[in-house]
Design a protein around this ligand. Structure first.
Ligand code: BYC
Length: 318
């Protein structure tokens, strides 16, 4: 139901809705560029949740105890759920889920760079919870106030679950840090490998962010990439201290003038390479997603046949 006629009254109403901090709903008129931007952001987010199941999913069969296995299974299942809410939110804008999946598999739509790094040890599962989900919470809590209604509402539940995920990661790491010297070294090694890629999750620096200005004006995004990256660093430093790990940045220090931490420059060339498809696990992640999609073809066919049969029966009864 795409309303394309830029009727002055409709455009004014849209602007008023944004100015008053109200939500744009699926049946409302919206500029096509707004629609395309929201579809792009939600689709990338949905793809990230689905691809994001892989690094941790690989550890389900190797979790060190039944308790850790049950926790991990539930977490990965939550991520599938997040993907589903987000694909549904995208469909309210007229996007087609099959098409979105196709775009992911063929590399025409992006997903978060972070999931192209490998989870090498079980400490990585804890660090993904603590830092990756921690960054996700920091980035996504403001999106509960995003101007597109179905996205904002989906984010409320997602954020509750993400903050639970973050705490489970931190609890796992606390347990490992109170274990052997080998376990503590494993946690530090995982922190050293994930810290910089996590800072890339917030997107390119504001000076290079193509979408931030317009997305902020439309209140799709509520803060810039750099603002949220700073907030995350400030939030994480005391957590690292409490845990007893060092963050691998020699330039990281409190700046009393700014009332915030200074920190080193992210390797933006590395980020560009990973986003362009040349990260350590890009090919593997997409191949696995494609295999799962192809393997599920019979389920989709059976569900469609069942739905057609059911509709036929209902027509006969009526
Ligand atoms: N990786 O103009 P910019 C999770 C793209 S799921 C790859 O600043 P924008 C979790 C960007 O999309 C985490 N691509 O863009 C799941 C844009 O692409 P186009 C996912 C990136 O949209 C499972 C271009 O670069 N979270 O937490 O204003 C387990 C220029 O950037 C990245 C979300 O999706 C990146 N890191 O801002 C555990 C949150 N960064 O225009 C955890 C929602 C940027 O070429 N999304 N790009 O298509 C957002 O908040 C914003 O879309 C972003 C980027 C801050 C990510």
């Amino acid at each position: 139901m795409t309303a394309t006629a830029p009727d002055a009254g409709l455009a004014e109403q849209f602007e008023r809705t944004i100015a008053r901090d109200q939500r744009v709903e699926p049946r409302d008129w919206m500029p096509e560029k707004f629609r395309a931007t929201v579809i792009r952001q939600i689709a990338q987010h949905a793809h990230s949740e689905i691809i994001g199941m892989q690094p941790e999913g690989n550890w389900i069969t190797r979790a060190p105890s039944l308790r850790r296995k049950a926790i991990l299974l539930a977490k990965v299942q939550d991520e599938a759920g997040h993907g589903l809410y987000l694909y549904s939110a995208c469909e309210t804008l007229g996007a087609d889920r099959t098409d979105l999946t196709e775009r992911l598999i063929t590399g025409r739509q992006k997903y978060s760079s972070i999931f192209n790094y490998p989870a090498l040890t079980f400490a990585d599962v804890g660090v993904i919870g603590w830092l990756v989900d921690g960054a996700a919470v920091c980035n996504q809590v403001p999106l509960c106030r995003s101007s597109y209604g179905p996205y904002a509402r989906a984010m409320i539940r997602i954020c509750k679950e993400e903050s639970f995920h973050q705490r489970q990661g931190y609890e796992l790491l606390m347990t490992m840090m109170s274990g052997t010297a080998g376990q503590r070294a494993m946690v530090q090694d995982a922190v050293d490998r994930w810290w910089w890629p996590v800072l890339m999750m917030f997107g390119p620096p504001d000076r290079e962010s193509a979408n931030t200005a317009q997305s902020m004006a439309w209140k799709i995004k509520r803060h810039t990439n750099d603002e949220l990256r700073q907030r995350f660093v400030d939030m994480t430093v005391p957590q690292a201290e409490a845990l007893g790990v060092t963050l691998p940045d020699p330039d990281l220090r409190w700046n009393p003038q700014r009332g915030a931490h200074d920190f080193g420059e992210v390797d933006w060339d590395e980020m560009k390479q990973v986003v362009a498809g040349n990260g350590p696990c890009n090919a593997e992640r997409i191949a696995q997603r494609k295999a799962a999609h192809d393997g599920g073809a019979w389920v989709r066919e059976a569900a469609a046949a069942h739905a057609a049969k059911k509709a036929g029966r209902e027509r006969t009864v009526a």
